[in-house]
Design a protein around this ligand. Sequence first.
Ligand code: TMP
Length: 209
Amino acid sequence: MKTGKFITLEGGEGVGKSTNLQFIQQYLQTQGVDVCLTREPGGTPLAERIRNLLLDHDQESMTPQAELLLVFAARAQHLHHFILPRLRQGQWVLCDRFTDATYAYQGAGRQMDSASIAWLENTVQADLRPDLTVLLDAPVAVGMQRAQKRGELDRFETERSDFFERVRNSYLQQAQAHPQRYRVVDASQPLAAVQAQIALILDTLLQAQ
Ligand code: TMP
């Protein structure tokens, strides 16, 4: 039933996702693609409220299990009310993070069982997977420096660097495991070089249409 393309952008903290999301959206629009931009966790009013629960610091510590279930609760809302209706109408959906982030942050970062994540993935998404995932990869220290310059850190950004090393390694392993949909971009290059590489990736996708 799905007809539009589903593109996700992934990466650790401070790798330049926001800037490059805008670039991807504008690039596709100039090629005549009807594309909308959204994010996870979030993307609907209820999912955005769940996002606040996930990112805010609270006096009560959140268990890894609660965190995992909240991530997928937000995803279920986002899929049902936003992503799937648009894909079915032929619109392309560009999403700032998706389930690969759950394998990276909850699976590798929090060291939760990937079989539980896979079960939730299948239950919530059925067979929906991204058509293209662009991974912005940079050494953890580079990303953390950039994230710290943005101001107050959220609940994830205050994790220790070994957490982010596991996140980064998980993304790189996922890219190796799914070479048909993953494209890895070295995000420590100057922005112009990053965007030139992203443009080539998008050209290939558009030509395959
Ligand atoms: P953002 O800062 O890129 O908007 O993402 C918000 C945070 O949510 C980020 O630190 C990663 C985290 N996250 C997860 O832990 N699991 C997930 O499945 C998703 C989508 C995000």
